[in-house]
Design a binder for this molecule. Structure first.
Ligand code: PBG
Length: 326
């Protein structure tokens, strides 16, 4: 049965009809807002390649978190720019590390905001790699110990969720074990499971001051052409105890999100990364695109592909937009 019995345009006639048959919706509940914290007081430095995003000192970050929570955004993910860096990234697991301090301060003032701590060494190591470097190569098993220590230290400081982004093999298991041994069996792990060695992280590395000083991350992050391998990564992370899995970046990897959605029954997060954000901001500043409409279309495409949660630098903008609609 075809035309003229079927007319697809009937249900597109006006906005109210379209609203009724809309298959995908975006809600403030889906959003996770990434934040950068640095030492000092009363500091708010804009990240030049990510307009509207800042490196915050702890005191101002707490106020920002109050605003974020008032907008209805349920969660933030924290990245730290430490006081000092060394070979082994010790500020990642020091009780007085910058993220640990931020966690304690935010928990005190905004206790219901879900605090996710990104677990990785690259922001804390002098060489900028995500683990222990030996002869120019990141040693997997030695790194596991440090990542586990870091996750535990974040949990002790008040993190509600820990999110390993390093791409070492076995890190979910190592983190689950140390958390359980210390009584944190109810702290979920959101694993960056399918994380690609992507050029879309460029602006983030400026924001987090975490670019590798030599080489690249290709010996631990995934090769962009691979899809089946992403499903193996996800499967292994779930076996090791991941509660939420992540695909990162989002836009060039919507196929991976979609495949993961069909295959796995855990919540899926997608990271709409810095480069994806900066491209929109840049084109919008040039007057070449409509930023608000593009932002919405991007986020809805990530949801349509199958993501439940979206980490995005647009979180505040979209939350404001959703609020003004109600
Ligand atoms: C690593 C980490 C990175 C991002 C989040 N966690 C960068 C990297 O792997 O180099 C990128 C996020 C973004 O680009 O927005 N700790």
């Amino acid at each position: 049965m075809g035309f003229p019995i079927n007319r697809m345009r009937r249900l597109r006639k006006n906005e109210n009809l379209r609203r009724m048959v809309r298959e995908t919706k975006i809600s403030v509940d889906d959003l996770i807002y990434p934040l950068f914290v640095r030492p000092g007081k009363n500091i708010k430095v804009e990240i030049s390649s990510m307009p509207g995003n800042y490196q915050w000192s702890v005191d101002l970050l707490v106020k920002e978190c109050e605003e974020i929570f008032k907008l209805g955004i349920p969660a933030v993910i924290l990245f730290g720019i430490p006081e000092s860096k060394d070979e082994l990234g010790s500020e990642a697991y020091s009780e007085n590390g910058i993220v640990q301090r931020a966690l304690r301060a935010i928990k005190k003032e905004v206790p219901d905001l879900i605090l996710i701590a990104d677990v990785c060494l690259c922001e804390y190591t002098s060489h900028g790699h995500c683990g222990v470097v030996e002869n120019g190569y990141v040693n997997n098993d030695k790194t596991l110990e440090l990542l586990a220590k870091s996750a535990l230290s974040f949990a002790e400081a008040g993190a509600d969720i820990v999110a390993p982004s390093d791409m070492m093999d076995g890190r979910v298991k190592a983190i689950r074990e140390i958390l359980d041994r210390n009584g944190f069996f109810n702290i979920p792990i959101m694993a960056y499971s399918a994380k690609y060695a992507s050029s879309f992280y460029g602006p983030f590395r400026e924001a987090a001051e975490s670019a590798p000083k030599f080489g690249d991350r290709k010996s631990y992050q995934m090769d962009p052409p691979n899809a089946r391998e992403a499903l193996r990564e996800i499967e292994l992370d779930i076996e090791e105890g991941a509660d939420i899995i992540m695909v990162k970046p989002a836009l060039s990897y919507l196929d991976i999100i979609s495949k993961a959605r069909e295959r796995f029954n855990v919540p899926i997060a997608a990271y709409n990364v810095s480069g994806e954000f900066s491209m929109v901001k840049a084109a919008s500043r040039l007057g070449w695109i409509d930023e608000e409409k593009i932002m919405y279309e991007i986020l809805i495409s990530i949801k349509r592909a199958g993501a439940d949660l979206i980490l995005t630098y647009f979180a505040k903008d979209i939350a404001k937009k959703l609020k003004s609609k109600n």
